[in-house]
Write a protein that binds this ligand. Structure first.
Ligand code: FE
Ligand code: FE
Ligand code: ZN
Length: 280
C-alpha cells in the first residue's frame, strides 16, 4: 500500500479536497489550516465534514495532514509575535478535532539571534501550553533546512524539543526530503545512514509523515527551495528509494513540489509509484 498525495488548497473545504485528491489518484493530502501567512480560519461546517468522510471512504483516504501557517514563530523574541503563534496553534488544535486522530504539522520556529537553546525551550513551552490531554491529533515537528536561525535543522534539535514536551506521546516528526538534504543529510548517497542517525537521535517510531520533494540546491545548501521530483539534486531514483525503504514505506507521503496545475501532481504520483514498484 502506497499512501501518497500532495498539498491542496483548502479554500473550498474538506469535501472538495477529498474529491481533488481522488481525481489525481492520490489517497491522502495536505492542506493549510488557514491562510499560510496566518490570519483567521474559515468556519468548519459539519455538513462539509460529513461529506468529506463519505468521499474519503470511497477514495481510500485514511490519513490527512494539516499544515500550520509557516509564518508562526513560537520561538519569537517579541511577546506579541509569540502570543499570536500560541493562539493560532491552540485554535488549530481545537479545529483539528473536527477530523479526529489526524496529523498536524508545524515548523518549529526561528530563534532570531536568541540562541538555539532559548529557541528550543520556547518551542517546547509553546507546545506544552497548547497541547491538551483530550487532543486526538498527533502534532508533528517538521525537519527544517537550517536556513537563517531556523530551529529543527538537525535531528538533535528536534529530539531536544520533544524531550522537553510533557505530552510527548502526542508529538512526532514530519521529514521533508528537500529540507533534510539542504540541511546536510545525504538521503541520496546514504539513506540507511541517515535513517540510522534519525533512529538513534529521535526514534523512527516518532516519524509519522514524509514531505517528498526534490531540491533546487546541492547537499547542505541550507536554502529550502523545492523542485519537482527528478528535476533537482536529489533525483527521482533516490526519492523513489525513500518511498520504498522498509522503514518508511508504510508512512504517508506528501508532494510539495512547484506545480501550476493539480494534474501535474497526478503525473508525479504515477512516476513515483512506477519507480517505487521496481524497488519493492
Ligand atoms: Fe512545511
Ligand atoms: Fe515541507
Ligand atoms: Zn520547504
Amino acid at each position: 500500500m502506497f499512501t501518497i498525495g500532495c498539498h491542496l488548497s483548502s479554500s473550498q473545504g474538506y469535501e472538495h479536497m477529498a474529491q481533488a485528491a481522488a481525481s489525481i489518484g492520490a489517497n491522502t493530502f495536505q492542506f493549510f489550516t488557514r491562510n499560510p501567512r496566518g490570519g483567521r480560519a474559515k468556519e468548519i461546517k459539519a455538513a462539509d465534514i460529513a461529506a468529506f468522510e463519505e468521499r474519503a471512504k470511497e477514495a481510500g483516504i485514511t490519513r490527512i495532514l494539516a499544515h500550520a501557517p509557516y509564518t508562526l514563530n513560537p520561538a519569537a523574541a517579541k511577546p506579541e509575535t509569540r502570543e499570536f503563534a500560541l493562539m493560532t496553534l491552540a485554535d488549530d488544535l481545537e479545529r483539528m478535532e473536527a477530523t479526529p486522530h489526524q496529523l498536524y504539522n508545524m515548523h518549529p520556529g526561528a530563534h532570531v539571534q536568541q540562541g538555539v537553546d532559548v529557541g528550543i525551550q520556547k518551542i517546547a513551552d509553546a507546545i506544552n501550553e497548547v497541547l491538551k490531554p483530550e487532543h486526538t491529533t498527533t502534532l508533528l515537528l517538521e525537519t527544517m533546512a537550517g536556513k537563517g536561525t531556523e530551529v529543527g535543522g538537525t535531528f538533535e534539535e528536534l529530539a531536544e524539543i520533544i524531550r522537553r514536551v510533557e505530552l510527548s506521546d502526542k508529538v512526532g516528526v514530519c521529514l521533508d526530503t528537500c529540507h533534510v538534504w539542504d540541511g546536510g543529510y545525504d538521503i541520496a548517497g546514504d539513506l540507511d545512514g541517515v535513517l540510522e542517525d534519525f533512529d538513534k537521535t529521535i526514534g523512527l517510531d516518532r516519524l509519522h509523515a514524509i514531505h517528498i520533494n526534490d531540491s533546487k540546491n546541492p547537499l547542505g545548501a541550507h536554502k529550502d527551495r523545492h523542485e519537482v521530483i527528478g528535476g533537482g539534486y536529489i533525483g527521482l531514483h533516490a526519492l523513489a528509494a525513500v518511498t520504498a525503504h522498509p522503514a518508511l514505506r508504510e508512512l504517508p507521503f506528501y508532494l510539495e513540489t512547484p506545480h501550476e496545475d493539480i494534474k501535474e501532481y497526478g503525473e508525479e504520483i504515477r512516476a513515483l509509484t512506477a519507480a517505487r514498484e521496481e524497488m519493492i
